[in-house]
Design a protein around this ligand. Structure first.
Ligand SMILES: [Zn+2]
Length: 345
C-alpha cells in the first residue's frame, strides 16, 4: 500500500486543491531520498482512481486502483532507466531501493533513459485512452534522459494531447534541458525537518537515528536504506572479511560479492578506508562505529599517504562501477590493491 510521508501532507493538499491551474506537465524537484517517487505514484494513483476519498487519496478498492496495484494500469506509463526497473515499481519506493544493496544486481543495464523509451510513448500518448480521464506519463529520474531522449520528449511537451499529464521527477534539475523545465509546472518537494525525520525513523524501528541521519545527508529514506544495507547478508560478508586485517582474502570476498551491485560494494570499501584514515588523523570515525576497536588496531598499520591516494582511486572505481564489466575481476583488482597496502606496511 502506497502512503504519503508525513512531511508531504501539506504540499499534497495545496497541489490537489489547485488542480484546475495545473499545466499539462508537472516537474517534482528536490534532493534524493525525500520520497518524490512515492509522491508521484500516489498522485498518479489518485488521479486515475474512480472514487477518490477525502483529501484526494485513492480509494484502493476500485477497478483502477486494482490495476494500479498490480502494476498494470493501461492509462499509466512509467519511464525509468533499465537499471532502476523493478517488477514492483508501483508499490515500492524507488528512491529508497536505488541506494539499497538489497535490490537485485543490475549489471550491464543502462542508467539512462533512452530515446527509444521516449519514442515508445507515441502510441500511448497519441492513441485513445483505455478509459475516460487522464493518461499519465511518469518519468523518473528525468535528468537521466539522454540528450536525444530529452529532445524527443520536448516535442511531445510542445504539442501535448489534452488528456495527457506528464509527471517528471528530478533530483538534479540543473541537468534538465531549460526548454523542458520551462514547459513544466515546477513543484519544489519539501525536505523533512531533522525532528520529523528522527520521529519517522523511530516509528520504523530504527534505534539511534540521531547518529545515522547526518551520515546520510539528513535524508530519512536514505538513512532507512543504510540501516537495511548494514543488516544485509552481503554487507555482513564484507565486514566479516575486511575486519580480518592482513588475513583478509580478496579473492574469496570478490567471489562472494560478485552478485551485489558494484557501486554499493565500492561504497562500503570507501567508508571503511575513510574510517581507517580518519581515525589515524583525528581519532574519530564516521561509519563503522561498532567496529571501532578493530579500526583502531588496523589504522596504526596503514601507510597514511598510500591510503589517502587509494581513497582517491576508489572514487574512480565508483565511476567505473556503473559501466559494463566483469564484476568478479573488478572486485578482485580492487580488494587486491587494498590488501597489498596492508601487507606492505
Ligand atoms: Zn480507487
Amino acid at each position: 500500500m502506497l502512503e504519503l510521508y508525513p512531511w508531504q501532507q501539506e504540499i499534497w493538499q495545496k497541489l490537489l486543491q489547485n488542480r484546475q491551474y495545473w499545466r499539462h506537465a508537472l516537474l517534482l524537484i528536490g534532493k534524493k531520498g525525500i520520497g518524490k517517487y512515492t509522491f508521484s505514484l500516489q498522485l498518479a494513483k489518485s488521479l486515475l482512481c474512480h472514487s477518490a476519498k477525502a483529501e484526494h487519496i485513492a480509494c484502493g478498492a476500485c477497478l483502477s486502483c486494482g490495476w494500479f496495484e498490480q502494476n498494470g494500469h493501461p492509462n499509466l506509463h512509467c519511464v525509468i532507466p533499465e537499471a532502476l526497473s523493478t517488477d514492483s515499481v508501483a508499490i515500492t519506493d524507488q528512491e529508497n531501493r536505488e541506494s539499497s544493496s538489497l535490490s537485485k544486481a543490475k549489471k550491464n543495464l543502462s542508467q539512462q533513459i533512452s530515446i527509444d523509451q521516449i519514442r515508445h510513448l507515441n502510441d500511448f500518448v497519441y492513441l485513445t485512452s483505455h478509459q475516460k480521464g487522464y493518461k499519465i506519463v511518469l518519468i523518473y529520474p528525468a535528468e537521466t534522459m539522454t540528450h536525444a531522449a530529452a529532445n524527443a520528449l520536448l516535442k511531445k511537451l510542445e504539442e501535448p494531447p489534452a488528456d495527457v499529464l506528464f509527471i517528471l521527477v528530478a533530483h538534479q534539475i540543473q541537468r534538465l534541458l531549460p526548454t523542458i523545465r520551462s514547459r513544466c509546472q515546477q513543484i519544489v518537494m519539501p525536505i523533512p525537518s531533522v525532528e520529523t525525520s528522527i520521529m519517522w525513523l523511530k516509528q520504523h524501528g530504527i534505534s539511534d537515528p540521531e547518529l545515522i541521519l547526518p551520515l546520510n545527508d539528513f535524508s530519512p529514506l536514505s538513512t532507512y536504506s543504510f540501516v537495511l544495507e548494514q543488516l544485509s547478508i552481503p554487507h555482513q560478508r564484507f565486514v566479516d572479511s575486511i575486519k580480518q586485517g592482513k588475513n583478509f582474502d580478496p579473492f574469496a570476498l570478490a567471489l562472494s560479492l560478485q552478485q551485489t551491485h558494484l557501486s554499493t560494494v565500492v561504497g562500503w570499501l570507501q567508508k571503511w578506508c575513510y574510517d581507517l584514515v580518519s581515525y589515524r588523523i583525528t581519532g574519530k570515525i564516521r561509519y563503522y562505529l561498532k567496529l571501532l576497536p578493530i579500526i583502531q588496531t588496523l589504522s596504526k598499520q596503514i601507510d597514511l599517504i598510500a591510503y589517502m591516494a587509494f581513497l582517491k582511486e576508489l572514487s574512480t572505481h565508483q565511476k567505473l562501477s556503473h559501466h559494463p564489466l566483469n564484476a568478479r575481476l573488478f572486485l578482485e583488482e580492487m580488494f587486491i590493491r587494498y590488501s597489498f597496502m596492508l601487507c606492505n606496511k
